[in-house]
Design a protein around this ligand. Structure first.
Ligand code: UD1
Length: 410
């Protein structure tokens, strides 16, 4: 298992450029297969999930070049293959290939997608929709197999609950049909994917519902991915805990609510166009529920939980999206964190920490543990720290440039 030792408590300062959004980039890369042509995508993060998806593309005769942050994908020779390959198991977003394959080939056989373990992560919204389109869905714990012929009529689908992944997957699966999708997810990553499809030439109208009109895509497209709002919030929290950090290439609109909530609670943050200057602050812990956009995202919940442990006061935190997503703050209990779990909530209190080791169980928990280790005036070993590479481009390089002292142990 990978291990890193962080010598915490240093004052940090510097400038960080935020990369493109992981959760927008992965579906957009999948969508680039739909035109069986060329897609030039910029602001692409160099992260493990992107490389794993590219590796799946290679099995499908899709070629690419990836220079700086520009990915050029050529899907003109795309061929069908069952997706019973290990890369599918390494990240959640591999499930977007189901919607793409149904649109292009009318079938898909794929390993059940892996990714962060955030408690139960069912795919029933996806499967219900595929059945409503006319497909037969069969699955067990390991393999999903879907095939059939779409109904020859307007498809009307209502999502049972809000889901980023299901919204995008249903759009993909119906992209060559006429369809209406009700109760869709409004997260910026969904909107970015719809914007990409629009640029690709698909006729999609989004108002109260998403309306899809059967259309033929262009042979080539150029598109720039939105900045990663979770990466931005990670460095915001790092600055509030440890020093002053200037962030560039931020989309302020996408993090407006969480940032305003932090400012209302004493965070020293100045914003201008796509730049933010964040300074070490005594943030007052506040109660919150991680919830749908534009609220505080579930992916930022572990980051805020760790922030509160370093500040005077107590807060009640609930995660409405992934109800038990508290592995990071609870992992810190044996190093001194005053965290209590009650039903689906945690209560955080100001804590004094000791040196020791912790283990990262998922990507954002790993980011939260890094924040802890950097801020605490102790030495912390993070086991399994390489998970960070799934979602944060240049993370260790950025830490070094800000003044973090660390040592990779194995
Ligand atoms: C995506 C993001 C993830 C983020 C999450 C919520 C990617 C690759 N991942 O995950 O980082 O934390 O959105 O913003 O983009 N649900 C069901 N049945 C389904 C689908 C979802 O019950 O078929 C539930 C989930 O268990 C969860 C909630 O709906 O409680 C939201 O999940 P969803 O938005 O689908 O998350 P993901 O798309 O997997």
């Amino acid at each position: 298992m990978s291990k890193i030792k962080i010598y915490g408590g240093k004052y940090l300062s510097g400038t960080i450029k935020i990369h493109g959004s992981k959760n927008a980039c992965l579906p957009i890369m999948c969508a680039s297969l739909l035109n069986r042509g060329r897609a030039t995508i910029s602001n692409v993060p160099k992260i493990a999930d992107v490389y794993n998806l590219l590796s799946i593309f290679s099995y499908l005769n899709v070629t690419y070049t990836f220079t700086d942050d520009v990915l050029v994908i050529d899907s003109s020779k795309l061929t069908y293959s069952d997706l019973l390959i290990n890369e599918v198991l390494t990240f959640r977003a591999s499930y977007y290939l189901i919607g793409i394959f149904l649109a292009l080939f009318g079938k898909c056989k794929i390993y059940y997608p892996g990714g962060c373990k955030l408690g139960e992560r069912p795919l029933d919204y996806h499967f219900d929709a595929f059945e409503a389109i006319g497909y037969n869905v069969n699955y067990n714990d390991n393999i999903i197999e879907i095939a059939g012929i779409p109904k020859n009529e307007h498809i009307d689908i209502t999502l049972k609950g809000n889901s980023v992944g299901a919204t995008i997957n249903i759009v993909f699966a119906t992209i060559f049909l006429n369809a209406t999708i009700h109760n869709y997810s409004l997260e910026p990553e969904v909107i970015d994917t719809l914007d990409f499809l629009g640029k690709l030439g698909f006729k999609i109208i989004k108002n109260q519902n998403i309306e899809i009109f059967n259309s033929i895509p262009k042979r080539s497209v150029k598109y720039r991915i939105i900045p990663d709002r979770i990466e931005a919030l990670t460095y915001v929290v790092m600055a509030l805990l440890c020093g002053n950090i200037k962030l560039e290439n931020v989309n302020l609109l996408h993090i407006d609510y969480p940032i305003r909530t932090l400012i209302l609670n004493n965070a020293d943050i100045i914003m201008y166009k796509n730049v933010m200057c964040c300074n070490k602050s005594k943030v007052i812990p506040f109660n919150f529920e991680a919830d749908l956009y534009p609220k505080i995202p579930t992916d930022a919940q572990p980051l805020f939980s760790v922030l509160f442990l370093f500040n005077n006061g107590s807060a009640i935190i609930e995660d409405k999206i992934f109800k038990n997503r508290f592995s990071a703050p609870l992992e810190l209990v044996h190093l001194g964190a005053r965290v209590t779990a009650i039903e689906n909530k945690i209560i955080t209190n100001h804590s004094i920490f000791v040196s020791g080791s912790v283990r990262a169980f998922d990507l954002r928990a790993c980011a939260a543990l890094f924040l802890f280790a950097i801020a605490s005036p102790t030495n912390t070993v993070i086991n399994n720290y390489e998970i960070i590479e799934r979602g944060y481009d240049d993370f260790l390089k950025n830490l070094k440039s800000l003044g973090v002292k660390y040592e990779i142990i194995e």
